[in-house]
Design a protein around this ligand. Sequence first.
Ligand code: FCB
Length: 479
Amino acid sequence: MRLLGRDFAWGVATSAYQIEGAVDVDGRGPSIWDTFARQPGRTVNGESGAVACDHYRRWADDVAMIAGLGLDAYRFSIAWPRVQPQGRGAFNVKGLDFYDRLVDGLLERGIAPHATLYHWDLPQALQDLGGWGNRDTAFHFATYADAIARRLGDRLASLATHNEPWCTAVLGHEIGKFAPGDREPQLAAQVSHHLLLSHGLAMSAMRASGAACPLGIVLNQSGTTPATDSAADRAAAATEYARFVRWYMDPLFLGRYPVDAGIAHYPEVRDGDMALIQAPLDFLGVNFYTRIWVSRDRPERPAPMALGQTDMGWEVYPDGLRELLVGLKDQYRDLPPIFITENGMANADTLADGRVADQARIDYVRRHLEALAQAKAAGVDVRGYFYWSLMDNYEWDSGYAKRFGLVHVDYATQQRTLKDSAHWYRDTIAAVRHEGARADQADASDQAVPGDRVGGASAATAAPAAATGGMTPAEAHHG
Ligand code: FCB
């Protein structure tokens, strides 16, 4: 894992609705998840993020906890309805102040703040006007994005527009598993385009106003594996890859939608949309959890699950991370630096005598980091890794039933307890840094000329570079 290098950002990730709670405090407006969770049968036990991890009040302790883990980066999302309650018009000073304090609190502890603008909590007021099905929402998003970039951009290590637009489009509008809960494929396709358009408009607005931090987007991605070598399975796997990965990557990097995605209704695209969407990114965030297994036989052939499955029922397939990243490098020229912005597992954790023994999670992370090091050795420019999630939290339609955290949360008391995996992650990062420093020292003394010893040693013992993954704003703008 030393191969990941010293200038590599080690982090954890969360999102606003999943941890903050305080949904009706300090002027926050309602979001589509508040509405959705109230509808009978939408979420496990009708649970919502109304309280979640109470992070809105406990943020300072949570930042201290992140620092205690020895991490150098933290990815969080900004709740649009907290900072602009109606999604357009007036901004909410108290909401903006909250993120200001959070960012400053992180920086004071040497933790680089990586923010995401949209992690699924659309202001309900915009949903009432048609939500992401309404093209106007893309323009409102750009206004919101630009306001945040102006306010926080000078201190952020990165700013992503969207988290996993596939989930918003497909799970939210085609399958109805996520808010707003629609089941209309044609609407979902149009939503996917409006999400990408909103990304492009936001990028253009933030660039125009001179955003000081690297800008990008976060996509959930998985390779697809045909269950057999049959022509039917192979074709189905290719189609699924086009729908899941290429539907977003092709517009962003090639300026067009794939024609072989088996989509019945293509979205309405207006002149100029694709040029906006295709504007250069400073980084690409990749969220990876599992692979997609594709079988056309009936009954379907099950995935091998050689390394088991998580509490979500997702296959543990670490090599898929290497396969995916190396594939992307081959399929798209001029990829920007990549961050693994999410990777992790839900586990049926139990707290006993103050301890959570989650060896399965340790194995999961270790194997994925090994796969990541292999991808890097194969030439993939990966700059950081964020475990999902810092702590157990509100897992959307699964409510509080699924525990992804390195830190256990007792929702009755809000007590946080570091799981074994948290201790392991902290120790592993420290060991990787230490090894890296020793290797640098060895390199430096190899190259040292007499009299240059001091310089070599001090370079080797210098604090790790700020955890931007080594991305500078200059490089950020693609030279
Ligand atoms: C991702 C989401 C994140 C969390 C994890 C388990 O798709 O971005 O909020 O739910 O899955």
